[in-house]
Design a protein around this ligand. Structure first.
Ligand SMILES: Nc1nc2c(ncn2[C@@H]2O[C@H](COP(=O)(O)OP(=O)(O)O)[C@@H](O)[C@H]2O)c(=O)[nH]1
Ligand SMILES: Nc1ncnc2c1ncn2[C@@H]1O[C@H](COP(=O)(O)OP(=O)(O)O)[C@@H](O)[C@H]1O
Length: 402
């Protein structure tokens, strides 16, 4: 049993001295991780970007402003913070909406370590907690014209509430039927490059002369809907996603032959002759890498479409008597304004107090740390939460909330 070294500061006056020589704006928390103190908050009700992060490095005596990845919570009513597993800080937000109250600031996870190397700066990454038990994302790669889009469409059509498509950004021009925001976010190169520089992309690659990339927001949007995320990305992208520790199933789709691939590309009729030739030239290298790089968990041959689709369903656990249109729950608890958080073994205990006139209640919300899955980049899934009402039920009154 033990308390993590974090504490909660609330209702501070402007200009409060934190003891670090930092001027507090109120609502900060201070969490020690090794030699560093993470100061989270500095809420300003007028500001949309209300949750700031600063790091005090005790070994150098210096303040550092880190690169912040992922979508952050918005709050101006305060929060509590507690260290979890020495690599992330759990934040519970006061007075937030029920689906927005538990967040994680990753400070030393494998993903963050990798990003620190890339950015050459201190990096932290936000990840919202969701109760949804949505399974691992599915990464699908393969050469142009092999049938990735066709297979993904079949899957989304048959299981519309189970899968959500990660809408990539691209600098290529839209094809006739393609809709902005549905098939791709069509974008200008300079805008996309700027967003990449600011850490908004999980991965990106230059493919057939255009820039393509998966934004962290695209993954988060699917996770928020409680669905299983499908990514249609090239082999370079799949490699980056693996390196970025996104816990996913990686599937490579192979054509029966190069000749068949060429026929499909020509029959699709969406590319110029020059573009078709470029795609075919790239296909050989992609197939080579797809088969030998060790990135992919499964290789599927798309010869007969129906058979390939059956195989895809099988390896996604949807073969035979698969549950149709099963949608995971996305319910999350709502800690009231007054609460504090502590850690006991593998449980986080949120101690809530409600003080209304004539109605004073106290209850505990218990969060099982071992059930947490995923994390940045994307959401932290599997918030397994129980509430204990100390007044009416006594300590044995456990309500399952997820
Ligand atoms: N790395 C990466 N590749 C992507 C992304 N979105 C699409 N791609 C890949 O870019 C390639 C070209 O896609 P597209 O222009 O739609 O043509 P298609 O493959 O012929 O349908 C395909 O290999 C896609 O898998 C992305 O976000 N990241
Ligand atoms: N197994 C298959 N047999 C014949 N044609 C196929 C098969 N799978 C897909 N196609 C066709 O091949 C073309 C390319 O498929 P598409 O899904 O656009 O490929 P990708 O998304 O991998 O570029 C489409 O016209 C599609 O209808």
């Amino acid at each position: 049993m033990g308390e993590a070294p974090a504490f909660f500061v609330d209702n501070l006056q402007n200009g409060f001295s934190t003891g670090f020589g930092l001027k507090s704006k109120g609502f900060e928390t201070f969490t020690d991780v090794g030699d560093k103190t993470f100061v989270i908050g500095g809420a300003n009700c007028d500001s949309a970007s209300s949750v700031g992060i600063q790091i005090y490095d005790k070994s150098t005596g210096k303040w550092v402003i880190p690169t912040v990845l992922g979508t952050k919570p918005k709050t101006c009513k305060g929060h509590s913070a507690i260290l979890l597993n020495e690599d992330r800080i759990m934040i519970s937000i006061r007075g937030s909406t029920p689906d927005d109250c538990i967040w994680f600031l990753e400070v030393d996870t494998e993903y963050v370590k990798e990003q620190k190397k890339d950015f050459g700066t201190e990096v932290v990454a936000w990840s919202k907690g969701v109760t949804g038990e949505a399974e691992k994302p599915v990464v699908i790669s393969g050469p142009s014209g092999v049938g990735k889009g066709t297979l993904i469409n079949m899957l989304m059509k048959e299981f519309p509430s189970m899968f959500g498509f990660s809408v990539s950004h691209t600098t290529r021009a839209p094809r006739g039927m393609e809709k902005n925001g549905v098939h791709y976010h069509f974008t200008e190169r300079n805008v996309m490059e700027n967003d990449i520089k600011h850490g908004k992309f999980l991965e990106f690659a230059s493919v057939h002369g255009n820039l393509y990339g998966t934004s962290i927001e695209a993954i988060e949007a699917v996770a928020d809907s409680g669905k299983r995320c499908i990514l249609d990305i090239d082999v370079q992208g799949a490699r980056s996603v693996r390196a970025n520790y996104l816990d996913a199933v990686f599937i490579f789709i192979c054509p029966p032959s190069m000749r068949e691939l060429e026929e499909r590309l020509r029959a699709r009729g969406t590319e110029t002759e020059e573009q078709i030739l470029k795609r075919l030239r790239n296909a050989e290298a992609e197939i080579e890498q797809g088969k030998s790089s060790g990135i992919f968990d499964y290789i599927l041959y798309n010869d007969n479409l129906e058979e390939c689709y059956e195989n895809l369903m099988e390896l996604l656990g949807l073969g035979g008597s698969a549950p149709i249109n099963q949608k995971p729950s996305s319910k999350v608890i709502d800690p009231p304004s007054n609460h504090s958080v502590s850690k006991i073994n593998n449980k986080m205990v949120i101690n809530c107090e409600t003080k209304e006139v004539g109605n004073e209640a106290k209850n505990l919300i218990i969060l099982d740390v071992l059930s947490l899955k995923g994390g940045a980049p994307g959401r932290t899934r599997g918030l397994n939460i129980h509430a204990i009402d100390l007044f009416s039920d006594g300590l044995n009154g456990i309500h399952e909330l997820s």
